[in-house]
Design a protein around this ligand. Structure first.
Ligand code: ZN
Ligand code: ZN
Length: 142
């Protein structure tokens, strides 16, 4: 049985679809509209979750690609990660698949945010769970 069948993918770009307030959206189109090209102006930790604040006042929580909880796989404390990302620009997005070590294997789509910088692309790309994209808080102008 393939559990990834629960997920649907955007015919335009192959990114997984997400649901926000009952509406089905393409994860990358939603993320790009909300935070694409934006500079990370601040990062804060609430309840163990790292939130990035973008120049347009949008916020995104970074969640663990395996379980959607707090980031716990990085070999780096959240404080260091927040220092590392602050000042960078959101350069692009990628998608991939999480495959667990368990038997039976858990497989589900994951999302990744690529930040600007001098390092190798893999070193400045942060994998997150799709719930991060669902959790983007856009700046309310009303
Ligand atoms: Zn799409
Ligand atoms: Zn996890």
């Amino acid at each position: 049985m393939n559990v990834t069948q629960r997920y649907h993918f955007c015919p335009n770009d192959g990114f997984p679809l997400i649901e926000i307030h009952g509406a089905t959206l393409c994860s990358v189109e939603h993320a790009d509209a909300a935070i694409g090209g934006q500079q990370v102006v601040d990062a804060s930790i609430h309840d163990g979750y790292l939130y990035l604040m973008l120049a347009n006042f949008a916020r995104i929580p970074l969640t663990c690609p395996c379980c959607a909880g707090r980031l716990h796989l990085r070999d780096m404390p959240l404080e260091r990660l927040s220092q590392l990302l602050t000042g960078r620009y959101v350069e692009g997005f990628r998608h991939g698949e999480w495959v667990s070590q368990d038997d039976p294997q858990d497989r589900h789509p994951i999302f990744a945010i690529q930040f600007s910088g001098e390092e190798d692309v893999s070193a400045r790309t942060i994998q997150v769970h799709l719930s991060s994209v669902e959790g983007i808080i856009e700046h309310q102008t009303a």
